[in-house]
Design a protein around this ligand. Sequence first.
Ligand SMILES: C[S@@+](CC[C@H](N)C(=O)[O-])C[C@H]1O[C@@H](n2cnc3c(N)ncnc32)[C@H](O)[C@@H]1O
Length: 299
Amino acid sequence: MTEHIPVLLNETIDWLKLTKGDVVVDGTINTAGHSLEICKHIGSTGHLIGIDEDKDALAFAKKNLKNVTPKHTLLHGNYRDMDTLLTRIGITKVDKILLDIGLSNRQLFDSGRGFSFAKNEPLLMTFNSNPHKDKLTAEEIVNCWDEENIADIIYGYGDERFARVIARNIIQARSTKKISTTFELVEIIEKSVPSRAKNKRLHSATKTFQALRITVNDELQALKEGIDKGINLLNPNGRMVIISFHSGEDRIIKNMFREKQKEKIVEILTKKPTTPSIEEVKTNPKARSAKLRAIKKNN
Ligand SMILES: C[S@@+](CC[C@H](N)C(=O)[O-])C[C@H]1O[C@@H](n2cnc3c(N)ncnc32)[C@H](O)[C@@H]1O
């Protein structure tokens, strides 16, 4: 299995200011990278609740948490529904919440769901390892959506300069053959980006793949709902820490935290986002775009 190295681990633990007996929600537990460390700080009276959309990830989390001291409960679902998920297990208030949003290395390299342009896989891109048959997939977007909508998401969620050309070439390619795999899509993107604009550090397909993944999983809307519900669930002095990897996500977090501060519901703890040290980026280059923001609920 490809290992996922938890990003900004020490900083996350510091900002959460964990104490014995805390009830903590890790809304994106994945294989429990951050949660294993959280468990060391909340003792035998603490309770960790881990949520993930990906059932396969939860199975790994369960194994990894086997020997920890605190009580732990793993819930399959979307963190945008954390209020209902928690009510089902009798919890209405929590002390700390962590969201480390996006994709894990395991999903990128081992899931077989088409997140990586470097592997030839079906174009799914769903966080859920066993999605409902009606769930939107990347294949549906590239084969059924109209040109303008495809261009808009590639530009809006991927900041891709060549979004219009890519969308036009997708429409042209699918008129002769359905686009079913990552490599078929990569070939279309490669053809759409002029060689002078090809960047040695960033593959031409990076931005389009990111945009499709964000759309398939409705990630920005889930984030807005997750922040809202999370803040409601927090006890006075409770804390929420969010790590994001994309400017669109960070903007949502910054603006929502500011609004809630204006309404005197929370206090922003990170005036500027916390970013990884040079040493962390050296050992884990994937951490380079990470930004952490933290808030504390008012009394
Ligand atoms: C970056 S990984 C988290 C890594 C984790 N903190 C660790 O160190 O192992 C993100 C995880 O969040 C999950 N995820 C993303 N969006 C989600 C959502 N809206 N609801 C529930 N899980 C989500 C993904 O399936 C993935 O497992």
